[in-house]
Design a protein. Structure first.
Length: 142
């Protein structure tokens, strides 16, 4: 998971997250199962954009920071939608739009992740190092 329940709490505050996830008449606790489910949905969406340009799972720490931000934004937006159905703050809609634009830019290569898809053997069929003349002597680096 790119983000955690604690990341969502830090973004929204615990009180707001309780109100958004606890469906009882007197909300008192964060429904962590629901939040984790929404995070998983956001992360699946992220992976669908990222898988063509990077190897999954993503391991580069800088990439994880970017994807965490996107995951938090998508999760928060989904939780707002769940609670209010259609009426949610414009800032939430803007966050969703920005997150989706980032994903599209990652997918089309405008934004490069550090974890790139490795070249597979099928991509270098026909390459042979023996076809090239050696340029350095054996003592070049000594």
């Amino acid at each position: 998971m790119y983000s955690t329940v604690n990341d969502i709490i830090e973004d929204l505050t615990q009180i707001l997250l309780i109100e958004m996830t606890d469906d009882s008449d007197t909300p008192t606790t964060v429904n962590e199962t629901l939040v984790e489910s929404k995070i998983a949905e956001a992360d699946a969406l992220i992976n669908s954009f990222v898988k063509g340009v990077s190897t999954l799972p993503i391991t580069d720490s800088n990439d994880l920071i970017v994807l965490k931000k996107i995951s938090v934004s998508l999760t928060v937006c989904d939780l707002w939608r769940r609670r209010s159905q259609t009426d949610y703050p414009e800032a939430v809609a803007l966050r969703y739009s920005e997150a989706m634009n980032l994903l599209k830019q990652i997918s089309n290569g405008s934004i490069k992740l550090n974890t790139e898809v490795p070249i597979t053997s099928s991509a270098v069929v026909g390459f042979s190092a023996s076809k090239f003349e050696r340029k350095f002597s054996t003592n070049y680096f000594n």
